[in-house]
Ligand binder design. Structure first.
Ligand code: T1G
Length: 696
């Protein structure tokens, strides 16, 4: 990077300090040093009667440099820089644009005044990294906006727009571009008006004891199993009673304790893993992407409706094709109802919802899709039906238009072969509800072109999705691992554990629901139909459990039928186990020759999670997944794996791959060849590596 990281100049009677550390002006060591040097220049400049702090590029400081975490702190630490700002004899004004987050917002809070352009946002997202604001955010923000609003930013992770921050008292003026000129003018006015420094530390904290208790209660469910959010509440609580400097010290101690936790390692790992997953190893960076101005979705069922909304929400006009005017109108009406619900819940403004709905054009004629740059088929999960759609598109859209299948597990190579242009075909496996779930598995078929991938990966980010590339196999990355996880849950049921015990053990490990409750929610019949279509049963697996199939044969599909593994009232509240399940499991145990036994919760967790880890290693060995961290991003964002554990592969490193291998050996001895360790795990252990070492 060229040029100094921080520069000083004077504009009239105002000193201007500008940082330039692309891409996001992270507050790395060089920036912190540069700020102190530039501050010394501004303080020594007699003609500078006020000081503006600004950043070049796309954003004000976006926080501490996360790549420095986990290493010994290098002085000056950020707190030293902020003290220099706050205790300055000259008024210091922060000029905010982009996303002033974490330490970036803390820099602004340590300044005496803050001005921002309308598009600027501020926030303290540290708890999403397993830490707490460590440079005064928990002490200064409550002094400016009050405890309740501060907790909402710090614990809720909510960003404030410039306007909101101004309403709350965290920003003094929303100004027009050019920002630095406006900040200099603001500073000159202060000087003209005889206004000097206004240290945030001197502001009083209005009482907030009730807010503290309310925050603890409000966030208990969302942050079940987490540490940092509750330590952040502790730090804010200290602001109510401790002198400022003591509050700062306590905050720093809590920050350092949080940063030493597995939770912090896991969340900071996931931050970079998510960005790494968007990079496809063997595709040259300069591969051109195809512009996507108009999309189309074929099939207006649940998935098709959600996918159409994804494009409309991203501002991309989309056609939604159905087989008849009635089906088309029903799909559009359902989408309209979904938007109405979002408006009613204040999730989106009415005019925005209307604009999004207007961006979805219903269609019943393939010819209406002719101008689409990308088409997603979301028709019935049946190979012949999908191949027919793909073949038809050859005579409808341009030869270089991207064609994506939303299949959950069908062979994308076979689907692509139905087109004369297989190079343009790939999978875009959305997770239901498609307009809500962030994960998008991008399935790379054997003949998928680099251009198709180079187009869809950045498009995913534009759609607000988190893309992970998968090769072609049954179930891709997520569902393939889900199958072995459910296999073990079924076997544990055969061996004497109840569905309640199994679900609770997995819930206590940190997943939002156990395997049986999840299947009731999704519909047990989904897997049942897939297994029937693929002829999966006892012929492949002597321990295959028929419990789910037998429930389905009686129409007991789960929540949607009021009975599945559990009994339900009002279609969603479980009132107890379906008594048939234990009977079927006991009968099955006899059939397969299993003697029921008491099973510890730790065995339940190890069997379900280690099966996933082993399958993930197989996926890496087979080249289906690019990296262990890609697998973790799938499970963190598609299946609710507890974020404070980093994902199944990160968790394997936490346990230690040798220990996982020992458990696999025990399970193989007791339960057979399905537990044979993946060669990759054995290689990692043999070479004294970790799975993280493979995340190149
Ligand atoms: N440190 C290091 N690198 C960072 C970074 C950071 N804080 N933020 C982003 N990057 C990299 C990122 O890895 C990517 O790299 C590139 O910048 C573009 O990011 C003291 C201790 C600012 C909203 O949590 O939320 O301050 O992949 O793809 O979508 O109390 O980045 O190109 O090589 O995400 O436009 C608090 C984290 C830190 C903000 C921009 N701050 N960053 O989003 O780009 S803790 C944060 C973001 C802290 C204080 C504590 C987003 C963004 P590469 P990107 P984007």
């Amino acid at each position: 990077m060229s040029g100094p990281v921080v520069t000083y100049r004077r504009d009239g009677n105002v000193g201007v300090i500008t940082a330039n550390n692309p891409p996001v002006n992270a507050l790395g060591h060089a920036v912190r040093e540069g700020l102190l040097t530039a501050l010394a220049q501004a303080e020594a400049d007699p003609a500078a009667e006020a000081i503006v702090i600004a950043c070049a590029g796309r954003t004000f400081f976006a926080g501490a440099d996360i790549t420095e975490f986990g290493k010994p702190p290098k002085h000056p630490i950020l707190g030293e820089v902020l003290a220099r700002l706050e205790n300055n004899a000259k008024p210091v004004i922060a000029a905010l644009h982009g996303t002033a987050l974490g330490g970036g917002f803390e820099v602004a809070l340590a300044c005496h005044y803050r001005v921002a352009v309308d598009s600027a946002q501020v926030g303290l997202p540290e708890v999403s990294l397993g830490i707490i604001p460590g440079a005064g955010g928990t002490q200064r923000l409550p002094r400016l906006v009050g405890v309740a609003a501060a907790l909402d930013v710090i614990i809720g992770g909510n960003r404030l727009t410039a306007g909101q921050a101004m309403e709350m008292g965290a920003v003094d003026a929303v100004v027009s571009e050019p920002l630095v000129d406006a900040a200099v003018a603001f500073a000159a006015d202060l000087v003209r008006g005889g206004k000097g420094p206004r240290p945030t530390r001197d502001a009083a904290v209005t009482s907030g004891a009730d807010d503290i208790a309310a925050a603890r209660q409000q966030h208990a469910r969302r942050y079940r199993g987490f540490n940092a959010p509750f330590r952040a509440i502790d730090a804010v609580e200290e602001a109510l009673s401790l002198p400022f400097d003591d509050g700062l010290k306590h905050e720093r101690a809590l920050f350092e304790a949080c940063n030493a936790t597995v939770e912090a390692r896991a969340l900071q790992y996931a931050f970079f893993a998510q960005r790494q997953a968007a990079k496809v190893k063997d595709i040259p960076k300069e591969t051109p992407a195809r512009p996507i101005e108009h999309a189309a979705v074929i099939g207006g069922g649940t998935m098709g409706r959600g996918i159409a909304m994804v494009f409309a929400d991203a501002g991309i006009p989309v056609s939604l094709l159905e087989v008849s005017p009635d089906a088309r109108d029903a799909a559009l009406a359902a989408i309209g109802k979904t938007y109405d619900g979002m408006v009613a819940r204040n999730r989106v403004a009415r005019d925005v919802a209307d604009a999004r709905l207007a961006a979805i054009a219903g269609a019943t004629d393939y010819a209406d899709l002719a101008g689409a740059d990308l088409v997603v088929e979301a028709v019935f999960e049946e190979m012949a039906v999908k191949k027919k759609v793909i073949a038809t598109l050859d005579s409808v859209v341009a030869a270089d238009a991207i064609v994506a299948t939303n299949t959950s597990y069908l062979d994308v190579n076979e689907i692509a072969a139905a087109s004369k242009h297989p190079e343009r075909v790939l999978g875009m496996h959305f997770f239901s509800p498609a307009n809500v779930m962030k994960l998008l598995e991008v399935v790379r078929a054997d003949r998928t072109s680099n251009t198709a991938l180079a187009t869809v990966m950045p498009l995913a980010k534009r759609l607000g999705k988190i893309p992970v590339v998968s090769g072609v196999c049954h179930g891709f990355i997520g569902n393939r691992m889900l199958q072995v996880y459910q296999r073990e849950a079924n076997r544990l049921l055969q061996e004497g554990a109840s569905i309640t015990q199994i679900d609770k053990a997995i819930y206590d490990f940190g997943l939002p629901m156990g395997p049986f409750a999840v299947r009731d929610l999704a519909g047990i019949d989904v897997g049942w139909r897939m297994r029937k279509a693929f002829g999966i049963g006892r012929s492949q697996d002597a321990r295959y459990s028929r419990v789910a199939d037998m429930l389905c044969e009686q129409g007991q599909f789960g929540q949607k039928s009021g009975i599945g593994f559990y009994l339900y009232k009002d279609g969603r509240t479980a009132t107890g186990e379906n008594p048939l399940v234990a009977d079927l499991a006991a009968a099955e145990a006899d059939e397969v020759g299993i003697a029921p036994r008491d099973i510890a919760d730790t065995e339940i967790v190890d069997r379900c999670v280690y099966a996933m880890i082993n399958e993930g290693a197989h996926l890496l060995d087979e080249g289906i997944a690019q990296r262990p961290s890609d697998i973790d991003i799938v499970w963190l964002n598609g299946y609710g794996f507890p974020a404070y554990r980093g994902g199944p592969m990160f968790y394997a490193d936490t346990v230690g791959v040798p220990a996982v291998l020992d458990a696999l050996a025990r399970f193989q001895k007791a339960h057979g060849a399905v537990w044979a360790a993946a060669p990759l795990l054995e290689r990692v252990a043999r070479e004294g590596m970790t799975l993280a070492d493979l995340n190149t």
